[in-house]
Structure formats: C-alpha cells, structure tokens
Write a protein that binds this ligand. Sequence first.
Ligand SMILES: NC(=O)c1ccc[n+]([C@@H]2O[C@H](COP(=O)([O-])OP(=O)(O)OC[C@H]3O[C@@H](n4cnc5c(N)ncnc54)[C@H](OP(=O)(O)O)[C@@H]3O)[C@@H](O)[C@H]2O)c1
Length: 271
Amino acid sequence: MPNQAIKFTIIGAGAMGSAIVKGLINNKIFKPSEILLCDLDETKLNELKTQLGVEVTSSYDKLKSSLKEDALVILAVKPQVFDKVLEALVDISNSIKLISIAAGKTISAIEKYFPENEIFRVMPNTPAQISKAASAISFNKLASKTSIDKVINIFLAIGICVVVEEKDLDTVTALSGSGPAYIFLMTEALTKAGERLGLKADVAEKLARQTAYGATSLMIESGESAQELRKKVTSPNGTTQAGIENFQANNFEDIVFQALEAAKKRARELS
Ligand SMILES: NC(=O)c1ccc[n+]([C@@H]2O[C@H](COP(=O)([O-])OP(=O)(O)OC[C@H]3O[C@@H](n4cnc5c(N)ncnc54)[C@H](OP(=O)(O)O)[C@@H]3O)[C@@H](O)[C@H]2O)c1
C-alpha cells in the first residue's frame, strides 16, 4: 500500500537533491512529512531526516511501494549510476512523473525505459544550494499542462526556472550550468590581478568577492540590464572605460563565446 502522506520522492540525496528538498520545505511547497528521500548512504539519510524531518529510505522496494498514482519523482543521481536507477524503477505505474536533473541524459534515453510516462529534463545549477538556481526545463509530448506547472513550481522554489526546447539544453548547460564557475574564475582573476598590482592577497580576495556579490545583487535587485548598469558606471575617459576598452581590445566577448561553444560541444559529447 502506498504511503498516502508521500507526495514527492527524490532519488539521490547529494548536493542537488538535498538543495531541492530544502527549497521545497522552506517555500512550503511540500511538508517534510510529504517528502521521501532515497539514497544508498544511510548515514547521510539519517542526518537529513534529523535535520529536515523528511521520510528516508535506502530500499527501492520501500520507495516503489510508497509511490502513489501521479507521484512526482526527481532523479538526482550522477549520470554514471542513472541507468541503474532507471532499471530499478522500470515496473512503476505509467502515471508517475519522472523529473531528471542528470547532465547529458536525454528524454528519449529515459523514454526507452518509460515510454508511457510524463518525463521532464531539468538543468539547474549549484546556487540551488542557497535557493538561487537558474534552471531550464524541457518535457516529452505526454507532459500535461498541470504537470508542467507543478514541475516549474518545484524549481521556482530554488530560484528561477525557464522552459526551453530540449535541443537547447546543451547551450543552457554551457551557459548557466557551468556559468557559476565562470563567475568564480572571474573573481579569481580579479584577485590575482589585484595582488600583482600590489594588494595583499587577503585584501584583494575580499574586495573581489564582495564586488562579484555586490554587482550581481545590484543587477537582480535594480532590474536594469547588465549593459545599462555597465554604461552607468563607465564615465567617459574614466578608469572603468580604460579597463573595459582593454577587455574589448582583447576580444572579451569572443573569448566568452568560445568558452560556451567548447562547453556546449562537451555537453553534446557527454549525452
Ligand atoms: N551539481 C551541479 O551543479 C549540477 C547541476 C546540474 C545538474 N546536476 C546533476 O544533478 C545530479 C546530482 O548531482 P550532485 O552534484 O547532487 O551529485 P552528488 O552530490 O554526488 O549526489 C548524488 C547522490 O546520489 C547518491 N547515489 C548514488 N547511487 C545511488 C543509487 N543507486 N540510488 C540512490 N542514490 C544514489 C550518491 O551517494 P554516494 O555519494 O554515496 O555515491 C549521492 O548522495 C547529477 O546527475 C548531475 O549531473 C548537477
């Protein structure tokens, strides 16, 4: 008999899985008692049960017996173990909606195991850990409007969520999936440049980190575009203009384009 209280199941209690669960609880999308978390690591599960009050299991039999008709199941395991998890779920009801966040795993690869289920593929990013993710979502032809809205609502609980065609998910992976690392790289580069120009390492790092934080927060909170904000801070013949002209002379936009192109190519190879 399914556990009537469970409305939402997540397989893989790692960085992403637990971030999603925390977002759902903090935003009151589900009560802790309505969430079942499945992982093979019992220590990790028990810690999350104590911390969040969610139901936990390391048993696929228990997981499957708790699935109600129409249940939502998020697949948040690494791509390497993904197929093994699909095989373990293969006899679940067609009414269960499967939501995969595994990088490079296509909807058609999941449909091979579940040809009659509604299937969603989502690409979130690591700021999910502080409910500031940028997620993009695609779905198969069977996905209903009600299910699509439900899934979007889940990912809105951990940040923003946009709908894209599946063919664009490799570009999304290159832009927002890998994007946090580009911002970290820029912060590292600012720190190192500050040091080379005479600042103490800790001072340069403090200034670079806060600048990245302040600038991105200003962009979101002001609602102004990145270009508008850049123009506002760039007075003619001033210091910022000197710095930006140097970036432009070195084809900054082209460097970023090539980085995204390389990341997209790799995403395509992996899927
Ligand atoms: N992190 C990101 O920025 C990001 C962004 C977008 C998408 N994703 C996708 O999100 C997924 C999860 O990534 P993550 O960073 O959260 O990985 P993670 O921290 O390694 O979490 C995966 C969890 O699944 C557990 N697990 C392994 N085999 C399992 C099984 N058979 N059944 C149930 N649980 C199992 C792992 O346990 P062990 O640690 O004991 O193996 C781990 O706790 C990946 O597919 C990744 O491509 C991640």
